[in-house]
Design a protein around this ligand. Structure first.
Ligand code: NAP
Length: 318
């Protein structure tokens, strides 16, 4: 039986499914693997089910010449923590789990839009602190979402699932900025520049993958085009947004609010952000429903199974 390593504890149903095919070792800690642990995993197992936080950088593969491990099955869609080229050179396939995460992450995007617009975090804190004086007509006045304009940065699976929710659920105008033109069953206008999107959107939603090209895409300059009534939402990866620039924009009230699921240096969240009432801060929970985490597991195990059976895995990315 092939030996497979899970780098974190996964739902039992996923582990049970994998045990039907492999000799599974499931780590009990929930911390990211250190470099030595990643090197050891490459040498000791035929396949590794790994995830966000396990940074398989070029250094990890440096001493791995044709390691025992033939496949890294990433438990997630974002793969910016894996050096795909180095993996390929070492003879290691990399797979991910697209599709499984789309709706859940889009739902968190909508949660952040609604919470930021309606000041829901602020309201909840007020109630819990026992500081709610009772209803009054000018209390916690937020921004109406229905009929507003959403601007999607990266109109892929998650971006278009958010756009669809905005159009059909909230009668919103949809703008998008992406590398290619898309065709949808609802009106969606492709804008030529990021600046135009930032200027016209009431809610600018980051849904582009992290890469060298998108690092700090949302910087001082991009933020400077937003209206003071607009909100920035990020459900993709933290380093796409220059966090220091965002903090400046929020502090100076150059934008109305931000809704974040991801951070530049996770799990560290700057104190400046934590102190701001106009920032909604979620702990990277885009895919965190039991059903979705089980589905991600099933797809990752299927990728492992195909790859270790000498077949091309369905979600090969390198
Ligand atoms: P996707 O389907 O590949 O969509 C990405 C979109 O971004 C595509 O439309 C692509 O444009 C566009 N794009 C890529 N690079 C670009 C660039 N340099 N400039 C402009 N547009 C660019 O990916 P997805 O499944 O929607 O996932 C997006 C990201 O969300 C993932 O990479 C992951 O990091 C993140 N994510 C976060 C969570 C969470 O828990 N918060 C959960 C899942 C995923 P074209 O279509 O024109 O090529």
């Amino acid at each position: 039986m092939k030996r497979v390593y899970f780098t974190r504890p996964l739902p039992e149903s996923v582990a049970d499914m994998a045990r039907a095919y492999f000799d599974v070792e499931m780590r009990t800690e929930n911390t990211p693997l250190k470099i030595g642990q990643m090197r050891a995993a490459l040498n000791l197992y035929d396949g590794v089910l790994m995830m966000f936080g396990d940074t398989f950088s070029v250094e990890v593969f440096r001493e791995a010449q044709n390691p025992r491990c033939k496949v890294l099955a990433n438990y997630g869609v974002g793969i910016n923590h894996i050096d795909l080229q180095a993996a390929r050179s070492a003879g290691v396939m990399v797979t991910n789990v697209p599709g499984a995460v789309t709706d859940a992450t889009a739902d968190i995007g909508m949660t952040l839009i609604m919470m930021s617009a309606r000041r829901a975090g602020e309201g909840e804190r007020m109630v819990r602190a026992g500081e709610w004086p009772g209803w009054n007509p000018t209390q916690l006045l937020g921004t109406h979402v229905t009929g507003k304009t959403v601007g999607i940065i990266g109109m892929g699976r998650i971006g278009s699932a958010i756009a669809q929710r905005c159009h059909f659920g909230f009668d919103m105008k949809v703008l998008y900025w992406s590398r290619s033109e898309k065709d949808f069953a609802y009106p969606a206008e492709r804008v030529r520049t990021l600046e135009e999107l930032m200027a016209r959107a009431d809610f600018a939603v980051v849904a582009v993958p992290a890469s060298a090209e998108t690092h700090h895409l949302i910087n001082d300059d991009a933020l400077s085009h937003m209206a003071p009534t607009a909100h920035l939402i990020n459900v993709a990866r933290g380093d796409i947004v220059d966090e220091a620039a965002l903090i400046r924009a929020l502090k100076d009230r150059r934008i109305a609010g931000a809704g974040l699921d991801v951070y530049e240096h996770e799990p560290t969240v700057p104190n400046a952000l934590k102190a701001m009432e106009n920032a909604v801060l979620l702990p990277h929970m885009g895919t965190s429903t039991l059903e979705v985490r089980e589905k991600m597991g099933r797809i990752a195990v299927e990728n492992l199974q195909k790859a270790l059976n000498g077949e091309t895995p369905p979600n090969l990315v390198n």
